[in-house]
Design a protein around this ligand. Structure first.
Ligand code: GLY
Length: 403
């Protein structure tokens, strides 16, 4: 940690807000800040890169509900509710189609144990006031004829949709440019702290980028920016996810009536304890994900990862082995200790966080943009984001937890 500002080799005029990180979370933060009239810059060597280039884009507040994550559920639902207006606004601002598809999701069980687990999940969803419908195996296959004959039952969730994260990212870059966000295509090397206040960053070419407020939104890298004092360093870690992209066949021209698509909605399951999902896009892409691996910064696509995904996906939908395998890729989710994001002001004046979104970055994009814009203009988080203030991980806050 250093509180000594480095001598800049050149100087860039100050802006109100500097966002460190140009993934979807950094981009939406910059866009929303600029819309509020704040002069905004963003520093990232490749804006629009990051985990969203790998993500499947499920907007799965209900089917990604896990035990103990009921607080996060509230934020996930708040963001899911904003999605239709968010998509309309971003499409209007850019003229770009985001691949938003209100197709629903079907979570299925392959054996008696899965079925029992899914029944419990259904009960949890019902207790949480969420809409999901229990279907028999036959009813599941009626909805999705490509499902394996052994499917034992499933949960139909018509409110869990999808978006194409690559299109979303590209549109956010355009929206930022049109809103006047200045892009510095460099790495942020070090946070500048002057008299106990964040004042900007020193970029990789030595340029000092100064700002009234700095938002650290660098995904899994957020804990690695030099100069950030230990007591506000976000506790995020990389959680590797390997993802495949296959090409679905065009539905054959029907002689009578509409012809069936390969899959018409997201299909997912837990197979041998691992999550597998198949997300069919309107453009024919089928995204199959994802592994969850704690391997540090490794982004190697491994034979084992691809094998496990294909093996599990094949148990759900045997026909996938006929499809062309178009792409294999690995990304790093920004995991936090409670799987929920860190949003808003830190104990260091002038430094805010927007990171730690783990499995829900795409879903949480609209609500994060709104929460950070609110925090940047008022100094406070809006009601729905307050449980996600970074201070919940402070040593003092942690010792106050009940045993
Ligand atoms: N939200 C899906 C994943 O993280 O794999």
């Amino acid at each position: 940690m250093s509180r000594t500002p480095q001598a800049p080799s050149s100087h860039v005029p100050a802006v109100d807000v500097l966002v460190v990180g140009g993934g979807i979370i950094g981009l939406v933060t910059a866009w929303r800040a600029a819309q509020r009239g704040l002069t905004t810059a963003l520093v990232d060597p490749e804006p629009g890169g990051g985990a969203a280039q790998v993500a499947a884009g499920m907007l799965a507040a209900v089917t990604e509900l896990h035990y103990g994550e009921e607080t996060l559920l509230g934020l996930n639902l708040a963001s899911a509710r904003r999605y239709p207006d968010f998509v309309t606004e971003l499409t209007g601002a850019t003229g770009q189609d985001l691949g938003y598809r209100r197709c629903g999701t079907l979570t299925v069980a392959l054996d008696a144990d899965d079925r029992a687990h899914l029944r419990e999940l259904h009960a949890l969803q019902s207790r949480s006031g969420l809409e999901s419908e229990w279907l028999s195996g036959r009813e599941c296959r009626r909805l999705e004829p490509m499902l394996a004959p052994g499917v034992r039952g499933g949960l139909r969730v018509d409110g869990d949709h999808q978006i194409d994260p690559r299109r979303l990212t590209s549109a956010l870059v355009t929206a930022c440019e049109r809103a006047g966000v200045v892009f510095h295509r460099m790495w942020a090397e070090r946070l500048t702290v002057v008299r106990d206040r964040a004042r900007g960053v020193v970029a990789s070419d030595g340029t000092e980028l100064s700002a009234g407020q700095v938002v650290l939104a660098a995904g899994s890298l957020s804990g690695r920016l030099a100069g950030v004092p230990e007591y506000v360093l976000p506790p995020v870690r990389p959680v590797k996810g390997q993802v495949l992209r296959l090409a679905m066949p065009e539905p054959p021209p029907a002689l009578t009536g509409p012809s069936a698509p390969f899959l018409s909605r997201t299909v997912r399951a837990v197979v041998r304890g691992s999550h597998v999902y198949l997300v069919p896009r309107e453009n024919g892409e089928l995204v199959v994900g994802a592994t969850s691996e704690e391997l540090g910064w490794d982004t190697t696509v491994t034979a084992g990862g691809v094998y496990e995904l294909l093996r599990d996906a094949h148990e759900l939908v045997p026909g996938i082995t006929e499809l062309p395998l178009v792409e294999t890729r690995a990304g790093l989710r920004p995991g936090s200790p409670d799987n929920a994001p860190l949003l808003g002001p830190t104990e260091l004046p002038g430094l805010l966080l927007a990171t730690g979104h783990h499995r829900n970055g795409v879903l949480l994009t609209p609500v994060t943009g709104d929460a950070l814009a609110h925090a940047l203009t008022t100094g406070e988080l809006p009601e729905e984001a307050r449980p996600f203030a970074p201070g919940r991980f402070d040593a003092a806050a942690l010792t106050e937890q009940p045993a």
